[in-house]
Design a protein around this ligand. Structure first.
Ligand SMILES: Cc1cc2nc3c(=O)[nH]c(=O)nc-3n(C[C@H](O)[C@H](O)[C@H](O)COP(=O)(O)O)c2cc1C
Length: 132
């Protein structure tokens, strides 16, 4: 039996291939790469906003939930990738999955193949402005 993940990634791949024919690879950002990661990773989590209250701030809650997922995964020694590139086929994917909620992101999880060094941290002054 075909796995749910394979069904979804095959569908996403075919949508991206159709898009490539229409607009060309150079306008598709990292979407083809991201699809490859989704195909390769053993676990794929699709993240929804169930929109229970219809508040604009619900996207903050969903983003925080994703970040918590990534931190937990890291704590367990897993690798992860937050994938917004599903937006390159958001309408077909939403229809394919058939849920009444707003599709927000995908998250891949798996044992990391490498342990890259963290890039240098920016200073607080580089990322924040303080006023008195
Ligand atoms: C909201 C969000 C969406 C992302 N979407 C993608 C994606 O679709 N494909 C991908 O390869 N990486 C994606 N990433 C990962 C980033 O490209 C980057 O690898 C990651 O944020 C780590 O780099 P940083 O520490 O500079 O943020 C996303 C990250 C964030 C925060």
């Amino acid at each position: 039996m075909e796995s749910a993940k394979k069904g979804l990634t095959d569908f996403f791949r075919s949508e991206l291939e159709a898009l490539r024919k229409r607009i060309g690879e150079e306008d598709m950002g990292s979407s083809l790469w991201s699809c490859g990661v989704m195909e390769q990773a053993p676990v794929l989590v699709m993240v929804w906003n169930a929109g229970e209250n219809d508040w604009d701030s619900e996207v903050h809650s969903v983003a925080a939930a994703i970040q918590n997922m990534l931190l937990k995964a890291y704590g367990l020694g897993l690798g992860s990738l937050w994938i917004a590139d599903i937006y390159y086929a958001i309408e077909p994917l939403t229809e394919y999955l058939g849920k009444p909620w707003k599709l927000m992101a995908a998250v891949t999880l798996g044992w990391p193949a490498e342990d890259p060094e963290a890039p240098p941290r920016k200073t607080v002054e580089e990322v924040a402005e303080f006023r008195s």
